[in-house]
Every structure is written in C-alpha cells, then in structure tokens.
Design a protein. Sequence first.
Length: 86
Amino acid sequence: MSNNKDIINLLKTSKGQLEGIIKMMDNNRYCVDVSKQILAVQALLKKANLKLLDNHIRTCVTEAINEGKGDEKITEIIDIINKYAK
C-alpha cells in the first residue's frame, strides 16, 4: 500500500488532535473552540479514509475486476458509500 505512510500520519495527527480536544474539555474551554477542533479531526479522518478507499479501488478492486470477480468488491464500496458517506 503506497499511501500507507500518509494514511498512518493522518491518523496519528488525528489522534493527537483528539487528545488535545479531551484536554480542552477537561479545562472547560469555550465550546466553539472545541467544536472547531472536532471538525478539524473529522476532516483529517475523512481525508485518511478517502486515501484508503482510493488505494483499495486502485489495487484490490482493480485486481478483482481483472480476475472477473469485481462485483463483490464494487458492492463493498457502494455499501460503504451508502451507509457512511451521507
């Protein structure tokens, strides 16, 4: 997975920001400031997920299609989009 390092870095950054948000809550920081940080973490997680799915489509799904077995992999992607990407 060529993007693995990028994805891990995004996830680690998200983790660090999430830990910071917990500290903000412990310190009773202003709600809007906390909300902005939550949105920033969500954006990082979305970016990591899109990179992961992009890589999956370019590797696993493409390989399955070339082997004539793409329907299951395509259905998995569609299910993820329908369930979580709304």
